[in-house]
Design a protein around this ligand. Sequence first.
Ligand SMILES: Nc1ncnc2c1ncn2[C@@H]1O[C@H](COP(=O)(O)OP(=O)(O)OP(=O)(O)O)[C@@H](O)[C@H]1O
Ligand SMILES: [Mg+2]
Ligand SMILES: [Zn+2]
Length: 322
Amino acid sequence: MGYNKENYKRVREEYRTKYLRAYEEAGRRMEEVHAKSSELAAIDRELSLTGAEIAMAVIGTGADYKEKLAVAKAKNLVLQEKRAGLLTALGYPADYTLPPYECQKCKDSGFIDTKMCDCMRRELILAAYETSGLGELMRTQSFETFDLSFYGAASGDRSRMQYNFDYLKKYAEEFSPEAENLLLFGATGLGKTHLSTAVARRVIERGYDVYYTGAIGMFSDFEFARFGSGTERAAAEPTRYVDCDLLILDDLGTEVSNQFTMSCLYMVLNNRINLKKPTIINTNLTGKELKARYSDRIASRILCEFKPFIFAGQDIRYRKKL
Ligand SMILES: Nc1ncnc2c1ncn2[C@@H]1O[C@H](COP(=O)(O)OP(=O)(O)OP(=O)(O)O)[C@@H](O)[C@H]1O
Ligand SMILES: [Mg+2]
Ligand SMILES: [Zn+2]
């Protein structure tokens, strides 16, 4: 699993805070009920004594330690029942002074033994959505909302798109950090961003670190890191582009190309390919145009290391407006 390190650190910290908050709240409630009933306070003092007796009996080795343990446990039980009765009489639930954990299964520790609790896995997924760069796209673009009837059946577009859809869905379901690189190309409005967002969502749900970025945004992040200028958004650390399990680089070819952007692109692609980390590139450019626009070293990597998918049809932005 490739949970993003920063997210993991943050979520662990949140759990620590949550746990402490529940623990402190239990202490506060204890004081509250003791202030209302001195009998209850006395029982709690006795209970801490029987607790100690039980602990002593458990580690004891004498011949009669089993009997001592049984006696202490019975005494403890009677006190507990009496205590619950008193709490109820005061109008409190019987478990009022236990720490009010959000998750009873892991007691807000995030783990059950050494296994991560579902609640923490969910938190990590939410954090991954937030830091994925997908933003609003996530709301509407998924495999479920991808409609193949937008593509003409007679022209063969639909069967081509059905193939793309099936392949990408399987890719997302079976994603591993050594998955292959994909190149989605075709004219505007044909679902490249939509399907790559769908892949991102599914891969995030499966616990991987996915980063989605438009080409312009990526170069602007690098510019910011290098020159301290050139971005209007919170800049991502350039290492994020190489570290993530799956990078989705959208709209390649829309950036202004110069030596700087070329060397950034080369660096990202080359590093990811060497590390065998998968990337999905979306572009409106054809193979020929890619060759014309990028250096041989970049074009050869994109055209030889990425599995191509042609997107066909008529601009769905217009079709959806009709
Ligand atoms: N098959 C589809 N079913 C439903 N909605 C779709 C489908 N394909 C695309 N759309 C919608 O049409 C709009 C354009 O699609 P998308 O952004 O994926 O196109 P694109 O291929 O990335 O275009 P561009 O090259 O301009 O970036 C989006 O709102 C998207 O959700
Ligand atoms: Mg797009
Ligand atoms: Zn839990």
